[in-house]
Design a protein around this ligand. Sequence first.
Ligand code: IVH
Length: 671
Amino acid sequence: MVPEEIREQARELRDRINYHNHRYYVLDDPVIADVEYDRLFRRLQELELEYPELITPDSPSRRVGGAPLAGFEEVRHVHPMLSLDNVFSEAELAEFEEKLKRYLKSTEPITYIAEPKMDGLAVELVYERGVLVTGATRGDGLVGENITPQLKTVQSIPLKLQGHESAVPEQLVVRGEVFLGREGFAALNRQRAEAGEPLFANPRNAAAGSLRQLDPKVTARRPLDCFVYAAADSGTVPCARQSELFSWLAGLGFAVNPYIKLCHGLDDVQAHYAHLLELRDTLAYEIDGMVVKVDDFSLQQRLGNTTRAPRWAVAWKFPAVQATTTIEKVEFQVGRTGAVTPVALLKPVNVEGVVVQRATLHNQDEIKRKDLRIGDTVLIQRAGDVIPEVVKPVVEKRTGNEQAIIFPETCPVCSHPLLRPEGEAVTRCVNPHCPAQRLQNLIYFAGKSGMDIEGLGKKNVEQLVSEGLVADIPDFFRLRKDDLARLDGWGEKSAEKVVAALEKAKQTSLARFLGALGIRYVGEVTAALVARHLDTLDAVMAATKDDLLAIEGIGEQAAASLVDYFSDPSTRDMIDQILSEGLTILPPVEGEQPLTGRVFLFTGTLNSMGRSEAKQIVKELGAQVVSGLSNRVTDFVAGEKAGGKLKKAQERNIPVVSEDEFFKIIGRSEG
Ligand code: IVH
């Protein structure tokens, strides 16, 4: 028997954690610090471990993914999940409206709602008495696959609906799109390339692949997101129109896309289309068009559906960001880990305003799978900031003069024989002294994901290496102002800046330093995990594989790679040299931090640092940062041109902090 007070405690923890999840993942406005959240989470996990009968389907602990499934069960949708008809131009959109009016036998103006068309995967979520009980893929529209445990790992999908019991329907079936943001997609493909696994062609495939994992723990590691956009049966919701549905769903705790617009007539629809098209590349996720829906549910009812798609909605697709060109040559690049990547040199072609002349061919298998040849006319595509890629050859255009792409057998840089381990897609140069790898490693060390040394971007590191000033990591810290100032394109000022940046970088955290070394399978996240558990560099260097495997989240490959790396005497020698150049690893900041409990809001321009840097600093000191003005804000930092928010803060008597005062708070000024 579970004591009543424990039961109560678990209930309260669940509610609190669910609330904070929503603040963090849906509203993007957290109200507690990460450490505090972790504490709540751990406490719930402990209780559930001790009393497994406390585990409820809506427990946030279920988000980490349970046991792997043997296979997916089928789920029959109560209402079919339809597709959408497409239009590609204003003229076709106008035809859509004419059809609507003919069908409705009306000439009345129609109000629409226009929404971004998410490029992800449609899912159905079934809630009973407010608790998520089933989640399914679309499948063939009539029968989908049960992926409930996988969907529970998606943080923006509520496990339990918010609001008063009386306001939550007995059963609610909502539909939405699960997707992977651009950043998550790029990171995932980076990891896969490292591991020699086949790459995902686009975020959509990556999202699909992540959801269709029999092991939900794998899904849990992918930063999937979800926007909802429909109720399976609009007759079951207390709303008369789509626009009301969105606010109602948001009130229940769902995430809805912020770029949804109510449109009075087609002019409005067109304007929103133009707006979204402009926003397209700046969004954190991919959209492939806009969905236009008749807003009024009673009109939707009258219009009904065909077997394939609703008559009351249409997808207005964006023009494809694709183009055709020819492959002139193929180059083989050697990366940081020795991976050899074939790169197609293309006849330059303009793709939506960006000139593309190189595209990755990924690896040998991809070249074979797509059957690409030198001289081929190819279809290429550019997806946001993702590297352009070759989609397929235009076979009809072949002349017979195309040449096979031959993968080299030796490293194009050091001539060492290349190796392709069995079962891996990647071919590698395994020469540890390969200059190409060394260069990439140095670029990585100094770059944004590494020590982030200002002034030492790719070009400059290449120059330092070719000038013989830097051959290995410790050399960075031996750079003198005079050596730099003499270089082509440098001057006193830039040299001074780099030396100062290097000096600053010497005070670093264990996580950053470990991550910067570029150890295989040890990216930022793994490095942070190791640092959090082992505290000191000595401890990391002394750790055995078992010590590392004991850390939750560290896998076989990373553990083996770390041990391998630090057992190499030349690594130890390099670390000694770095330390003797004055690199200091600062002790981790634990528990109560200087700004714990404070809530910062930044507005206006700061003169001496960027806003994102300022935010990062206060977060590292334990504070939270919010973007919305509320009474929880303890420090309203007003830079120059703070504008309307400042006025509102003053009206509401929220303490306003000047830039100078802010510097005092974070300990960066004497005063
Ligand atoms: S409404 C019956 N709204 O597009 C109405 N769909 O091509 C069907 N999609 O299967 C869906 N964003 O996966 C709707 N804002 C949005 C959407 C959206 C993306 C997807 C959805 C659907 C596909 C149809």
